[in-house]
Design a protein around this ligand. Structure first.
Ligand code: BJW
Ligand code: ZN
Length: 254
């Protein structure tokens, strides 16, 4: 691998009792899913994603917003987890065998971590596979093809919206509670493939540090939290994470 991994980081991973990993769109980029702040392709190129992911955009044009989400959902159905997702799933299995704790907190809505085999996953921003009726509140997971019409309709006559968290909306209370509990108890924290500009996730590195954890960032470029990390590794998650997990196993076999 071209990116050097500090030996001290491998040692820290070997010694950690409780690992928390926060992921963002960058970890799914190598699976072929555009990151949130990437320019959008094709038809959507003229839209700013941060303006589509709002309750205001949905209220203004529910057909357009739900079509955008459904195209993304159909794209997620076609792609596969990459070595970055797989390395985290493997790390979770290894740590479980070693009676150490692991939690994966993701801002992603694509469920690629679960597809790769990760189990202890907190979805901070919901899921693109879930749709919720704005009238009766029913939630359904939908894995079929494109909807017949946009916005999709609920049996009650109401409109279905994507089960994701938009700007200005509260995050699921249980996801926040579980994240805070894990952050307060962790001794090694990773921030992977996130621009660290969206809160509350951008604050998680502070919470981990307050708990005494050492912190690692894996990203292609510096972010607003890079200066806080004990180790900043600039490289692709799909290369750095498999290498790190393999090094941990190799050193443990010493
Ligand atoms: C790679 C790579 C490779 C690429 N390998 N790396 C405190 C201060 C200021 C504002 C606020 C605050 N608290 C709350 C707010 C308001 C707001 C907020 O944060 N605003 C900021 C813009 C300032 N937050 C909220 O509204 C949240 N709600 C909330 O806090 O409720 C209470 C409250 C409300 C209002 C005021 C105060 C309190 C809700 C946030 C919901 C975010 N929702 C979205 C959409 C989800 C559905 C969807 O997918 O459409 O979540 S927005 C979008 O951003 C999406 C992402 O999960 C999230 C984070 O993006 P992420 O994952 O970091 O992706 P990118 O694209 O930004 O970055 C990719 C990174 O990967 C880059 O750095 C690349 O370099 C890197 N990369 N390839 C490694 N191969
Ligand atoms: Zn309904």
């Amino acid at each position: 691998m071209s990116v050097p991994i500090p030996l001290e980081l491998v040692d820290a991973l070997r010694a950690a009792r409780a690992v928390v990993v926060l992921t963002g769109a960058g970890i799914s980029a190598e699976s072929g899913i555009a990151t949130f702040r990437d320019a959008m392709d094709g038809l959507w190129a003229k839209f700013d994603p941060s303006e589509l992911a709002t309750p205001e955009a949905f209220a203004r044009d529910p057909a357009m917003v739900t079509r955008w989400y459904d195209e993304r959902r159909l794209r997620c159905a076609k792609v596969r987890p990459n070595p970055g997702h797989q390395a985290l799933a493997k790390l979770e299995q290894e740590l479980a065998r070693e009676h150490r704790s692991f939690m994966l907190i993701t801002q992603n809505v694509d469920r690629l971590h679960q597809k790769a085999g990760s189990v202890n996953v907190v979805e901070l921003h919901g899921s693109i596979w879930v749709w919720r009726c704005v009238t009766c509140g029913v939630e359904k997971e939908y894995r079929g093809g494109a909807f017949d019409s946009y916005p999709p309709a609920c049996g009650c006559g109401g409109v279905l919206r994507p089960g994701v968290v938009w700007f200005g909306e509260s995050l699921p209370a249980e996801a926040i509670r579980a994240s805070e509990k894990a952050l307060a108890a962790c001794d090694l924290f990773f921030s992977v493939g996130t621009s660290s500009v969206v809160f509350p996730a951008a604050d998680f590195i502070h919470a981990a540090q307050a708990a005494g954890a050492r912190t690692v960032e894996v990203n292609l470029e510096p972010t607003p939290v890079s200066h806080l990390a004990d180790w900043s590794i600039f490289g692709k998650a799909g290369e750095v994470l498999p290498f790190l997990v393999a090094e941990k196993a190799a050193k443990q076999g010493d």
